[in-house]
Ligand binder design. Sequence first.
Ligand code: FES
Length: 225
Amino acid sequence: MKVTSYAQGSAEGFSFTPENLEIANKFVARYPEGRQASAVIALLDLAQRQSDGWLPGAAIEYVANFLEIAPMRAFEVASFYTMFNLKPVGKHFIQVCRTTPCWLRGSDGLSEACKKKLGVKFGEVTEDGLFSVIEVECLGACANAPMVQINDDYYEDLTPERMAEMIDDLRAGRELPVGSQIGRLTSSPEGGPQTLQDLPPFDGKAVKMAPEPGSAEVAPSGEEG
Ligand code: FES
């Protein structure tokens, strides 16, 4: 469930780092004079990234002051969108999708695996600060259900066993392969493509289209070799 109160004064004197200040000014410059408030989502996201994945009250107020809007206007945005966290999260922030396609494909098992492996309830942070886990609604990768989001990346075609392995890998500092965990290419069928199998492999180069009838590349009739 979305937390709608924020930790007042838990981050003293928040301000953007020089690098983030430069980025924030670029975001604001994208909008016409007097419309700088339109950058509020981008700036809250920037502040959240600077604050270890969550938005203390001081960061929300800083963004509001930066944009010259009432603090409540920034808080309304931060409390509405689930992408903003109003309390601390772990270094690896796991969001388990629980909407129907993922649920039918076993998301309950993923949630249980996370809670059991980490020894926390939803919304809690592990003692070492490394992990936190919540359940969320559809993340838009239903074709490869069940799936989770960890920080900015998606991990798909999961089982409880694979979820537990991934937590072990993250704890050991190992990198995880993103996307399908069974090697599925994007959202193609399990076992590989079932149609259009005689196409040459796509190598990432531009595909040469057939020439238009009548173009210079089409040999006039009778000139074929
Ligand atoms: S239902 Fe899980 S990604 Fe859509």
